[in-house]
Design a protein around this ligand. Structure first.
Ligand SMILES: Cc1cc2nc3c(=O)[nH]c(=O)nc-3n(C[C@H](O)[C@H](O)[C@H](O)COP(=O)(O)OP(=O)(O)OC[C@H]3O[C@@H](n4cnc5c(N)ncnc54)[C@H](O)[C@@H]3O)c2cc1C
Length: 401
């Protein structure tokens, strides 16, 4: 006798939205989370996430992003909270910057509005950034940012309101996969379900080793800088940005705490050997690059960090997530979002629920199918040289987070 139609392992970013979508469709859902939805110990902490409509990672994402934007707006309405803020976005770079051009093409392909500014125009429009005459700026209005902790907590709450039974502070110790269901051994008992959604983020490969595509867990640090002119950096005045400067690819969010600007390297920092032991300290010398670009490009901040946050995400070999059956009709995997999955959580939750309940999804998620991986794929050789260097660096003075 099953305890549920679907068990959801991990009520983080993807699991909370999947649990909600499944519950909405009348499935009996049981969910397990080792912490509590909205925690900041894994993929979803740090106050804000970019929502980029201009998507250099591939125009395949754009239809999903358009649907996700509607869903984020609906979540704002349901909760009465500004969980998603679509205050626009800019991409700053050299005219031949491949990231910028791919971002522009993704909008053009779907006839979405955007504006290209030359450096002089952009410097007038966005005085918070130091922009050189030879640089160009792609601006679009459909981008913005999300509040991750609130988003996850409220998606899980909606799942519970729709009937899901959520076990928080309950760790899944192991899962036994059979032909017709799963047996889930947790810190508070053993449960059975007809199907399992594996949404354990950085833990997926550890939990069901051999069943998931191979991933590596990257440690990603966010850095906050005190501002000299906070009024210029509110969401109304300061779109999210992605920029390449002096070879460093970085991004930033408007001020949400009233005093600090958050900036991050776009490509993460180094590797995590075991997600149960995330080192939340960072060697001081790792921050030279980010301090350099902030000092050079954002004159309104004091270029010394006031705060650091360390989180993690699982990366696949091609740096796209996987969403689909790992064991046909029994284990459905959602993982490997490679540092850019948050914005997609509502639409991927919907797609997963459609595939699980209806047998297929009307959403174009085929490019995320886990079947595209061979079991031997690894991201190690794809890491930028900087990260490889850091991954093997010896101990250096450490900054406490
Ligand atoms: C610093 C940083 C910045 C990012 N910036 C952006 C951005 O700007 N825009 C964007 O779209 N994306 C961004 N991303 C990526 C995005 O946040 C992640 O892709 C996404 O949060 C991953 O979701 P997930 O559901 O796979 O993992 P998580 O959200 O980490 O959820 C996994 C959950 O499973 C739980 N779990 C694991 N094992 C067990 C167990 N045994 N028992 C019970 N529970 C368990 C965990 O506690 C966790 O809650 C960023 C990621 C990081 C780390």
């Amino acid at each position: 006798m099953n305890d549920a139609d679907v068990a959801v392992l991990g009520l983080g970013t993807m699991g909370s939205f999947a649990a909600w979508e499944l519950s909405k469709r009348g499935q009996k859902v049981i969910g397990f989370e080792q912490f509590a939805p909205g925690h900041d110990q894994a993929g979803a902490g740090g106050e804000s996430r970019l929502f980029r409509m201009a998507y250099a990672e591939g125009s395949d994402y754009v239809p999903l992003l358009m649907r996700a934007k509607e869903q984020w707006e609906a979540l704002n309405e349901i909760t009465g909270l500004p969980i998603a803020v679509f205050n626009g976005g800019i991409t700053i770079g050299e005219p031949d910057d491949p990231f910028l051009e791919a971002a522009r093409q993704s909008l053009a392909q779907f006839d979405l509005p955007y504006t290209m500014h030359n450096g002089r125009q952009a410097a007038d429009l966005f005085p918070q950034h130091r922009i050189a005459d030879h640089e160009v700026v792609l601006q679009d209005d459909a981008s913005g940012f999300l509040r991750p902790e609130a988003a996850v907590a409220h998606a899980a709450r909606q799942a519970a309101l729709a009937g899901a039974e959520l076990h928080t502070h309950t760790r899944v110790e192991s899962v036994e996969v059979g032909d017709h269901g799963v047996r889930i051994i947790t810190s508070d008992g053993v449960y059975r379900a007809r199907r399992l959604v594996l949404s354990g983020g950085a833990w997926n490969s550890k939990l069901l080793h051999g069943l998931t595509p191979m991933t590596e867990v990257h440690r990603i640090a966010m850095t906050w800088f005190p501002m000299r002119e906070p009024g210029l950096f509110t969401p109304e005045h300061f779109p999210i940005f992605v920029r390449t400067f002096d070879g460093v690819h970085f991004c930033g969010w408007p001020m949400v705490d009233g005093t600090n600007l958050k900036v991050a390297l776009a490509d993460g920092w180094d590797l995590v050997q075991d997600p149960d032991h995330l080192d939340r300290t960072m060697p001081q010398d790792l921050f030279a690059e980010i301090k350099h670009v902030v000092a050079k490009t954002i004159p309104g901040v004091i270029p010394e960090m006031s705060r650091i946050g360390v989180y993690m995400d699982a990366y696949t070999a091609d740096q796209h997530g996987y969403v689909g059956w790992l064991v046909p009709d029994v284990v459905y995997g959602m993982g490997g979002f490679s540092g850019h999955g948050f914005k997609l959580a509502p639409v991927l939750g919907e797609a997963a629920a459609q595939e699980i309940v209806d047998g297929e999804s009307r959403l174009p998620i085929g490019f995320l199918s886990p079947s595209r991986f061979s079991t031997s794929s690894t991201t190690r050789d794809r890491l930028p040289a900087f990260q490889r260097r850091i991954a093997t660096a010896s101990a250096a003075p450490v900054v406490s987070v």
